[in-house]
Design a protein around this ligand. Structure first.
Ligand code: DO4
Ligand code: MG
Length: 285
């Protein structure tokens, strides 16, 4: 079962239930106008099942604009959850190498703030590379969609855009490497009702296109995430409340080779087998 935020050719943004990957059912006909309140429902998957069997207005997915599936949720991220990420980070920086080595094995994960909801880029919108950075990469990541009680209500696709030269120069520059205009993309769908065991079997892949050709492609399994999902969520909600829920990016396991950097007009396509594809062009900000 997949949810989305969408906007028809004319009209306001709405919440939709995706049918057969081709059609979106308009939940506003049932008085459901916001994902945030829907995410608070107990037994969400069952409730969506009964909504799907009702006669609701439909739109072809091809005819609507898909929006980032966030309203008031802060976006946070965990890092160094895959061995590939630990190794790449240790190589990019002599200065900070031991910090990455230690955090991979430490009980407490690396957690960082990524984006205000209003700054999140949706499907088809440009993600940014900083004008003062020389080594920029996308970070394709599974994202947990969490309600105010810290329950994972669904999964979406995230791009934790990062400036590796800035991050590698000094770990204290991490917020500048990670937080800037258009640095976070999410969407298009939120998959509801999958168990952790099922999600760990999903594949995550990325293809970066340059002038119509594949400049880089990579794939890994979500099962390579070292920590349990409950552990990641527990640390995020430790001593912190999220009255509107939150989105948590879960780290990258795909890192392009060191000689690769994104360029303006590249197109980043991230696929997660249980969710769909998030596609964004690249612009300098
Ligand atoms: O510490 C640097 C960031 C790690 C990260 O974003 C990741 O592993 O995905
Ligand atoms: Mg990341």
């Amino acid at each position: 079962m997949k949810l989305c935020r969408f906007q028809p050719a004319s009209g306001r943004p709405r919440v939709g239930l995706v049918k057969n990957d081709t059609t979106v059912l308009d939940l506003s006909a049932e008085g459901i106008d916001r994902l945030t309140s829907l995410f608070e429902f107990e037994g969400l998957a069952a409730q969506l099942g009964s909504l799907a069997s009702q006669k609701l207005p439909e739109f072809a997915l091809a005819d609507v604009k898909l929006l980032a599936p966030v309203e008031q949720q802060e976006v946070w991220a965990v890092g160094v959850t895959y061995l590939r990420s630990k190794k790449a980070r240790m190589e990019e920086s002599d200065f900070s190498a031991t910090a990455y080595d230690k955090v991979y094995d430490a009980p407490r994960p690396e957690l960082f703030f990524k984006s205000m909801p209003e700054k999140v880029v949706g499907p088809g919108e440009a993600v940014g590379i900083r004008k003062d950075a020389t080594w920029n990469v996308p970070e394709p990541e599974l994202a947990f969609v969490l309600n105010s009680r810290g329950h994972i209500v669904g999964y979406t696709i995230g791009n934790d855009m990062s400036s590796r030269d800035i991050e590698g120069e000094n770990l204290l520059y991490l917020p500048q490497a990670k937080i800037y205009d258009r640095a976070c993309a999410l969407g298009p769908f939120v998959t509801v009702g999958a168990t952790e065991a099922e999600v760990r079997n999903w594949k995550i892949g990325v293809e970066i296109q340059r002038a119509g050709n594949a400049a880089f492609a990579g794939e890994t399994s979500i099962g390579q995430i070292k920590r349990t999902f409950a552990e990641l969520v527990e640390y995020l909600f430790r001593s912190q409340k999220f009255p509107h829920g939150a989105v948590l990016l879960t780290g990258t396991g795909i890192v392009p080779p060191d000689g690769f950097t994104l360029a303006a007009n590249d197109v980043v396509k991230i696929n997660i087998s249980g969710i769909g594809q998030l596609e964004n062009p690249v612009a300098v900000v």
